[in-house]
Design a binder for this molecule. Structure first.
Ligand code: PGA
Length: 260
């Protein structure tokens, strides 16, 4: 895992945005895995800026989102489909047919999940997966105790996650109990995983992910087994790490050709 600790979420998102822009410039038909929630919002702002100001071309890019709530129509105000459209897709030149988000209204969820996995394979696999981490350590909606080898499937949300996400809904009763999420095995197949965590309420999950044992109790910890996982943190999210000075030194002293 490469740990990058930066001043704040804005700088972290700028660095992340550059990593993604470089990938798309090098590989115009890159396959991106995308995430929702508060964390990637500034990253999406950076991607939109790269498109509008520098002409970054998304016309050949394909995307797969991590997850979606079960039971929400695409245009429901809290659906991840709507979130992605409003915060990214409507503001870049990605063709609609290149966008993949699990369908929370799928009639046959099991079949839909199998087809989602098959579509990722057909697209050539995910080049770079954007991730956040839940305060309970979840990746996507893979809650603690999820199989570390899991594939796209239905999951039941942890109460902590329903509590954390109620801010996106009118009231806590409206937060769905079930979702479709890429599995941890699916995330591990991405060629690069790029995880962002900002704010003090992520500090414990980040510490367990980076320095704790690999354990299904903290799904994020599986990234210790990934050959190319980059973790971008602000000072607050990094505050419980025991080797902060080491991570900072490594990043500051990277040879120039390695710096993002
Ligand atoms: P957040 O969610 O970005 O809204 O904190 C992250 C996650 O649940 O993975």
């Amino acid at each position: 895992m490469e740990i990058i600790i930066l001043k704040n979420a804005k700088v972290g998102s700028e660095v992340g945005g550059k990593i993604i822009a470089d990938l798309i410039e090098e590989k115009p038909n890159a396959v991106l895995g995308l995430a929702t929630g508060s964390t990637p919002l500034m990253l999406y702002t950076e991607m939109i800026k790269s498109h509008k100001e520098k002409g970054l071309d998304f016309s050949k890019v394909t995307t797969f989102n991590l997850d979606e709530y079960i039971g929400l129509e695409k245009n429901h105000y809290a659906s991840y489909f709507r979130f992605m459209n409003e915060n990214l897709f409507s503001q870049i030149n990605i063709p609609l047919e290149n966008i993949n988000i699990p369908d929370g209204m799928a009639k046959n969820v099991k079949l839909h999940c199998q087809e989602y996995e098959a579509a990722i394979v057909k697209a050539g696999g995910i080049d770079l997966q954007v991730l956040g981490i839940g305060s309970d350590g979840h990746l996507g909606f893979n809650e603690p105790t999820s199989s570390l080898a899991s594939r796209t499937r239905i999951k039941t949300l942890d109460e902590q996650t329903r509590e954390d996400n109620k801010r996106f809904f009118k009231n806590s009763e409206e937060v769905p109990y079930h979702c479709i999420t890429m599995g941890i095995g699916t995330v591990m197949d991405a060629r690069t995983n790029l995880l962002f965590a900002f704010g003090e309420n992520k500090a414990t999950a980040v510490q367990q992910m980076v320095e704790g044992p690999v354990s299904a109790m903290c799904p994020g910890s599986v990234l210790q087994m990934h050959p190319n996982a980059i973790v971008i943190l602000d000072e607050a999210a990094a505050s419980k790490l025991s080797k902060i000075d080491y991570y900072k030194w490594v990043y500051k002293n990277k040879p120039e050709w390695q710096i993002y």
